[in-house]
Structure formats: structure tokens, C-alpha cells
Design a protein around this ligand. Structure first.
Ligand code: TRP
Length: 476
């Protein structure tokens, strides 16, 4: 067992805490690589989370490996980073962590965030209203929570349409499969409802939060736009924008940002996002910029100045704090509240305790990976719910609930019956870990290869076209 006593206790200097965090991160990684006992890994992750909480309290900053604490630290006195300290999962726009190998407890999150579960009834309604078989992400609870989706469908049935808004923070050129989840789903929504879509690339956000230059962030935005376009969006119905470009180009957008800024206090964003006295003022006002696309008059070229077009936001659940704030201000500035569809996180190869990180090449499958890299990563790094020996596995069966290869198949294997058979065979021991991994590899390889083919066809002119403010083709 890891010794939990003494570490992270007492008064630590920021630098001492930082070094303890580095060491504890190494311990967690080596335990996982060595496939240590689950209880041992859990204990080590728990200690890591506690150290992170302490670090945030002492320094007012989030711990980042490779970034020692800066000098002028101020002790913070608040912050949702305290989530996780009492055994709850940590879920905010910057941190996702849990000690449970099955991943975050999403039902608890629904209660904590006050959203609603996407139940069978809602999935059936989407099917009825759209006339299409629900996307596998809906059938399998990958999009699991919502706000006001029934209202959106009620209106749609009465021929009142809506628009979609989603986004991405371009923190690097490298995108992994997890990043595609909201886009794959949004593309499906765009097709079945035949509606316009705006995609915000928050290069400003990444500049404010990361150690990157403005030019790098803007370049990543344009590069990421290519991967997004490769998902198959209709150029006649889709506007992709970089905040750094669009904020200055659209007076209407900026007016909404300012309106939102006037109606949210520092106290509110402190409560929602855990900002502290040492966070730069850019961060403190940024949520207004992520909120603004939720209002249709931020895009006069698309909606002709109408402010009442309903917005629906598909996003991962960690983005919900932004939209809780947005829904809170909306009626106070005379706009409809955006509706939301929330997804679960895409697990890291090493296990569902955290989401994938673009900075760790082995934690995920990248959109640029070769078939060989995919095969090696899955075989070497995908956390297995199988037993140690073939004999034991045959006798007791594997655990699909913690098996990352199986989890990935729930995201990407289209055939429900095939998936269910794999689950049963794995649980009974008829299917071995190596065989399960092989199925995943053979699912991912063509999928990634096809993405790469489509991305190659995306020209600079096409990117320009998607990113130019212009009317879109749709009927409201
Ligand atoms: N903040 C998000 C990120 O870092 C990017 C984003 C902006 C977004 N607007 C959005 C995500 C709307 C989902 C929906 O990834």
C-alpha cells in the first residue's frame, strides 16, 4: 500500500507541494503501468487529488506538470477545486478526476448540477420528431444529461426551428478521438434536424490559460478547424469562428459580450469557476465570451438580427458551468436560455479515472496515428478488465465496466447486437482480452484512416469559407 500518512499534510511551501505532486504523479503512473491492485491505484489517485487541492489552496493556481508555481502566489479562500476532497468526483472545465475505475458517477453529477437525465422517453421522442434512428451516442447514454431538450422538441414540432452551438479550445495541433465526440454528434443533429450550426474556437481562452502565444493559439484554431471540417459539416449551414478574429469583426457579438459582463458579478464567477484573486482579469471575464454565441443576435449575418432563435448546445459535461451562468443571465438581458445536451467523458487509455490529455501521447489515440501506432497503443496501454491468466479469464470472465477497449467500442462500434455479444462473451470469459483489443484495433484503424483521407481534402480555401461570416442556408 502507498503510505498516505504524512504526505500533503502540514504546512508546505508551494515548491514543496509542487515537487510532491510530481512525485505522486510518477507513483500513480507506475502503479498503473505495473497493473497494480485497484485499491492501491485508488489510494494513490486519492492522495494525488488531495495534493492538487492543497496546491490550489496554497498557490491559487492549478497544478501543471512542468510548470512550477510562479512567485507571487496568493492564498485562495474559495473554489470548486475543493470538489474531490470529500470523495466527490472533480468535474469542472479544467479538471476531471475520480477514484472510481468505472469513471465519473454521472447520475450523481446530474443531481449536483441540477440537469435532467436523458431517459428512454426522451430518446424515443428524438426518434419520433426527427424521424431517424437515434444516434448510438443517445442509444448508449454517452449523451446522458440535458437541459430543456423537451422544450426544443415541442417547438420543433410546431415548426419553430433552432440552431446548434458547440466549440473547442485549440490548445494544440494534436487532436485525439475523444475531441471528435461532440462534433460527430453535432454533425448528426445538424443532418437530422437540418439546422444551422456555429462552432466557437476559443483561441483567446487557450492564450489566457496556457503558456502559449496568441499566434500559436490562432494557428491551432485554424488547424483544428480542418479536423472539425473533416467530420463532414455542411458548409452552407456551418459557421466556424476564432474568437480572436470574430470578436473584432462583429459589433453585435461584442455588444452581447459586454451585456453579459454587466450582468454577472465577480462573486458569481468565483462561485461557479473557482477564480481567485490571483487569476488574471482575462480569465475572469472570459465566460462572457463563451456565453455570447448562445444568443442568436451575436450572428446577424446568419439570423438577420433576430434575438429569439432558440440555441441548443451539445457539449461535454465539464462545460456546463459556462452554460449555467449563461442560462442565469439570459432572461435578465431579454434572451431565451440555451438548451443543452451533455456527454460523458472519453476515457484515457489508462483508465476512466480521468479524461484524455493531449499532452500525453500514450493516453489517447490521435487523429494522426498510423495503423501501427493504433495497434501498439491499444495493445500496450489500454487498461484491461481481463484476468491475469487465460485460465482465470476463462473461468471467471472479464469486467467490461472497467475495460477501456470495451468502453471505446461503446463509442465507435455501430452495431448494437454485436456490441452486446462482445460484452456478454467478455464477461463470461469466452472472449479474451487480446481478442477484444483486436476488435477495437480493427474498428479504430479504418475510422482514423478515413478521417485522415477526409482531412487531406480540406483546403485552405475551404477553411476560409467556413470561417467567413456570411448568410447560411436554412429556413427557420
Ligand atoms: N471551452 C471549450 C474548451 O476548452 C471550448 C468551447 C467554447 C465549447 N464554446 C463551447 C465547447 C461550446 C462546447 C460548447 O474545449
Amino acid at each position: 500500500m502507498t503510505d498516505c500518512q504524512g504526505n500533503g499534510e502540514g504546512s508546505n511551501s508551494p515548491m514543496e507541494l509542487y515537487e510532491k505532486l510530481n512525485a505522486q504523479g510518477d507513483i500513480v503512473r507506475s502503479l498503473k503501468t505495473a497493473k497494480a491492485e485497484k485499491t492501491e491505484i485508488d489510494a494513490a489517485v486519492q492522495l494525488l487529488l488531495k495534493l492538487k487541492t492543497d496546491y490550489k489552496q496554497v498557490t491559487g493556481q492549478d497544478y501543471k506538470a512542468g510548470c512550477p508555481p510562479s512567485e507571487n502566489v496568493v492564498a485562495s479562500d474559495n473554489g470548486p477545486a475543493l470538489d474531490g476532497a470529500d470523495g466527490e468526483d472533480t468535474v469542472d472545465p479544467w479538471n476531471v478526476a475520480t477514484t472510481n475505475a468505472k469513471g465519473v458517477d454521472y447520475d450523481k453529477l446530474i443531481v449536483r448540477f441540477g440537469s435532467s437525465k436523458i431517459d428512454k422517453e426522451l430518446v424515443d421522442r428524438v426518434e419520433k420528431v426527427s424521424g431517424q434512428k437515434p444516434h448510438r451516442f443517445l442509444r448508449r447514454g454517452i449523451f446522458f444529461s440535458h437541459r430543456d431538450m423537451h422544450q426544443v422538441l415541442d417547438a420543433y414540432e410546431k415548426h419553430k426551428s433552432f440552431y446548434l452551438y458547440t466549440g473547442r479550445g485549440p490548445s494544440s495541433e494534436a487532436m485525439h478521438v475523444g475531441h471528435l465526440i461532440p462534433f460527430i454528434f453535432t454533425k448528426w443533429l445538424q443532418d437530422v434536424f437540418d439546422i444551422p450550426l456555429v462552432i466557437q474556437l476559443t483561441d483567446d481562452e487557450k492564450y489566457l490559460w496556457k503558456d502559449l502565444t496568441l499566434e500559436e493559439c490562432h494557428r491551432f484554431a485554424v488547424e483544428n478547424a480542418k479536423d472539425i471540417i473533416a467530420c463532414g459539416f455542411d458548409v452552407n449551414k456551418t459557421f466556424i469562428f476564432s474568437d480572436l478574429d470574430y470578436m473584432g469583426a462583429s459589433p453585435e457579438f461584442y455588444r452581447n459580450v459586454v451585456k453579459i459582463q454587466k450582468h454577472v458579478t465577480f462573486n458569481q464567477v468565483k462561485g461557479i469557476f473557482g477564480f481567485t484573486d490571483s487569476d488574471c482579469i482575462g480569465k475572469i471575464s472570459f465566460p462572457a465570451i463563451q456565453a455570447a454565441p448562445s444568443f442568436s443576435n451575436s450572428f446577424p449575418q446568419i439570423f438577420g438580427g433576430r434575438k429569439d432563435v432558440q440555441c441548443l448546445i451539445p457539449c461535454a459535461i465539464d462545460q456546463d458551468p459556462y452554460f449555467r451562468m449563461t442560462r442565469d443571465v439570459a432572461p435578465r438581458i431579454g434572451y431565451p436560455k440555451p438548451a443543452l445536451l451533455h456527454s460523458t467523458f472519453f476515457p484515457a487509455l489508462q483508465g476512466a479515472q480521468t479524461k484524455m490529455s493531449a499532452s500525453d501521447a500514450n493516453s489517447s489515440i490521435f487523429l494522426t496515428d498510423t495503423p501501427k501506432q493504433i495497434k501498439n497503443k491499444v495493445n500496450k496501454h489500454a487498461f484491461s478488465g481481463g484476468k491475469d491468466t487465460v485460465e482465470e479469464h476463462r473461468k471467471h470472465g472479464g469486467n467490461p465496466d472497467v475495460d477501456v477497449s470495451f468502453m471505446y467500442l461503446t463509442f465507435f462500434l455501430e452495431d448494437d447486437e454485436q456490441l452486446e455479444k462482445i460484452r456478454q462473451d467478455y464477461a463470461s470469459g469466452a472472449l479474451l482480452t487480446g481478442e477484444l483489443k483486436k476488435i477495437l484495433i480493427e474498428t479504430l484503424q479504418p475510422m482514423i484512416a478515413q478521417h485522415q483521407e477526409r482531412r487531406k481534402l480540406v483546403t485552405e480555401e475551404m477553411v476560409q469559407q467556413f470561417m467567413t461570416p456570411r448568410p447560411l442556408n436554412f429556413k427557420l
